[in-house]
Design a protein around this ligand. Structure first.
Ligand SMILES: NC(=O)C1=CN([C@@H]2O[C@H](COP(=O)(O)OP(=O)(O)OC[C@H]3O[C@@H](n4cnc5c(N)ncnc54)[C@H](O)[C@@H]3O)[C@@H](O)[C@H]2O)C=CC1
Ligand SMILES: O=C(CO)COP(=O)(O)O
Length: 343
């Protein structure tokens, strides 16, 4: 069966928007990528490359960059939003008039909106209630995607048809797309793992061992799931690509910007220095604060996120925090048991 050819729009011309544009165009779809400034749009069209965010990755012919939202969204049947969470709502408001009812819109953003602790699909619901909404998340470091290193991702939505459309549009011989109806759990996994990627980068900077890293990743998963259950997500979702999959990728890779910021903090740089020298989005920095506050409000035990908050925002010494974490009260290894399994 011949694949439907979409007019796909990507809002956001950073690393991830560019990576998505690259796959979609290579799959034969027409792709408009929206960026804020005309110079960047012109440079992408002329050089066939996004030299600031993904230098060296040649963009397929079907990608057109524009700074006009009207042009970007003209005839769009599939819209991907890859705007950092801080600017997400603002861009949706600017673009709203060019998004017809029933358009399929997929958030790729892994962050939390501070007012009301909203995930991006909830911001979409609020701003574009006339759209069909999904989210995409998984172990998807943009640089590896454009290098065509094989990977998988998850499209999440209770809208089964939307999931199928995205699976067909994005899948290729190096990228597999799985579905999950638990949109909230999938998005929460993507947002929360950024916190632990910062912690992992910090731990790497002070030279911890491989045992230590596995220990941290596993306990991170425990507290992510605990928090998610409290917010109504399915803990099983955290066993999938958007949970443990993305957690492993970002906590293990120096390609992760959250890991890079953590590494610099671990080397003794200030938060301002670390964020400035990165020059790209590290959602985890904001998410640490939002989640630490929410965990305190809901009384959810999240020792790692809380410890990181103390280090990053209150200048607590890393060594002291590790000492406190290692001498906390004894806990169970696995908290969730399957119904019917013996305890
Ligand atoms: N880079 C990656 O490997 C992945 C990133 N993501 C997520 O995608 C989202 C976007 O991240 P990246 O593309 O990596 O960021 P980036 O730092 O590479 O680029 C950010 C882009 O957003 C634009 N932008 C920033 N503020 C804006 C505003 N007010 N209005 C319009 N455009 C604005 C910038 O000009 C830039 O094009 C984040 O939530 C991130 O967690 C998800 C999967 C992988
Ligand atoms: O989410 C990502 C990979 O799945 C990208 O992580 P960073 O935002 O830390 O680079």
């Amino acid at each position: 069966m011949e694949q439907e050819r979409h007019n796909a729009t990507i809002l956001g011309g950073g690393s991830f928007g560019t990576a998505m544009a690259s796959i979609l165009a290579a799959n034969g779809h027409r792709v408009n990528i929206w960026v804020r400034d005309p110079e960047t749009a012109a440079a992408i069209n002329l050089d066939r490359e996004n030299s600031r965010y993904l230098p060296g990755a040649e963009l397929p012919a079907g990608v057109n960059a524009t700074d006009s939202l009207e042009e970007a969204l003209d005839q769009a049947s599939l819209v991907f939003v890859a705007i950092p969470s801080k600017a997400f709502m603002d861009v949706l408001r600017q673009a709203r008039e060019w998004v017809p009812a029933g358009t399929m819109v997929i958030s790729c953003t892994k962050g939390i909106y501070s007012e009301g602790f909203l995930l991006m699909s909830e911001v979409l619901q609020q701003e574009w209630p006339h759209a069909r909404i999904g989210a995409l998340s998984g172990p998807n470091l943009a640089k590896e995607i454009v290098e065509q290193k094989f990977s998988g991702t998850v499209v999440a939505s209770p809208d089964e048809e939307l999931c199928q459309v995205v699976q067909t549009a994005l899948s290729c011989d190096y990228f597999r797309v799985y579905d999950n109806p638990d949109i909230y759990g999938v998005e929460l996994g993507g947002a929360l793992k950024n916190i632990y990627a910062v912690a992992s980068g910090m731990a790497a900077a002070i030279g911890v061992g491989e045992n230590s890293r596995s220990f941290m990743i596993t306990r991170s998963l425990a507290e992510m799931s605990r928090f998610a259950v409290e917010l109504g997500a399915n803990p099983m979702t955290f066993l999938g690509l958007s949970g443990v999959g993305d957690l492993i990728a970002t906590c293990s890779s120096s390609l992760s910007r959250n890991y890079q910021v953590g590494f610099q903090l671990g080397q003794g740089k200030s938060l301002e220095e670390a964020v400035e020298s990165l020059g790209q989005t590290a959602e985890g920095i904001n998410t640490i604060k939002l989640v630490a506050d929410k965990a305190a409000e809901l009384d959810v035990y999240m020792p790692l996120a809380t410890a990181l908050y103390q280090i990053v925002y209150h200048g607590q010494p890393l060594e002291l925090v590790i000492q406190q974490l290692m001498s906390g009260e004894y806990k169970h290894d696995v908290e969730f048991q399957l119904a019917g399994a013996s305890a």
